[in-house]
Design a protein around this ligand. Structure first.
Ligand SMILES: [Zn+2]
Length: 183
């Protein structure tokens, strides 16, 4: 897994989490002095010909005070970032090109599930997860119960709230974000 595509927690100037960006984006913001480093991973370096950086895990935008009201855009890459580029079913970590978006409850089965047992809509943060091509292929239009597969962590109650969407506990712990994201 390329370290440059790993997620970085972005805080505004008052330490409120406002986004998740890639390590690559974070390094650019640090070089441009638009951000300060709050937490890094000391032993893990990013090198170019002239520069050497430790890997940022949390950065702070020094001149940004807003808390965005608009929701984070529901996109392929944002779902992959939330799930740390890991297939939620087989737990393999893969580059974006080898990943797919999976609708946990497939569209063809949506109507047969009672309202109280499904997210409010089909194409939402709650019903979308990162899956590798193999798992997505195997899953087809089946429900998890039919495959005896576990419900992905980010759809269970085991998650931490980000202002606009949920981040898996695993991600929070792995990258040391717990001081800034409340349960
Ligand atoms: Zn998989």
């Amino acid at each position: 897994m390329d370290v440059l595509t790993q997620p970085v927690l972005v805080l505004n100037a008052t330490y409120v989490p406002v986004a998740i960006r890639t390590v690559k984006d974070a390094v650019v913001l640090l070089i441009l002095r638009k951000a300060e480093l709050i937490r890094d991973e000391k032993g893990l370096f990013i090198r170019s010909e002239k520069l050497k950086f430790t890997t940022p895990r949390i950065i702070l935008l020094t001149d940004y005070y807003k808390v965005p009201k608009r929701k984070h855009k529901l996109s392929r890459e944002n779902i992959f970032l939330r799930d740390d580029h890991e297939c939620v079913y087989c737990k393999r970590k893969l580059p974006s090109s080898k990943l797919t978006l999976d609708h946990v409850i497939p569209k063809s089965r949506w109507e047969e599930i009672p309202r109280e047992k499904k997210p409010r809509d089909y194409h939402t943060w709650e019903n979308l997860v990162t899956a590798c091509k193999d798992c997505n292929g195997k899953k087809g239009n089946k429900l998890l119960q039919e495959l005896k597969w576990e419900v992905p962590e980010n759809r269970s109650t085991n998650k931490r709230r980000f202002p606009q969407f949920s981040v898996s506990t695993q991600l929070v712990e792995k990258f040391g974000w717990a001081d800034y994201i409340r349960s």
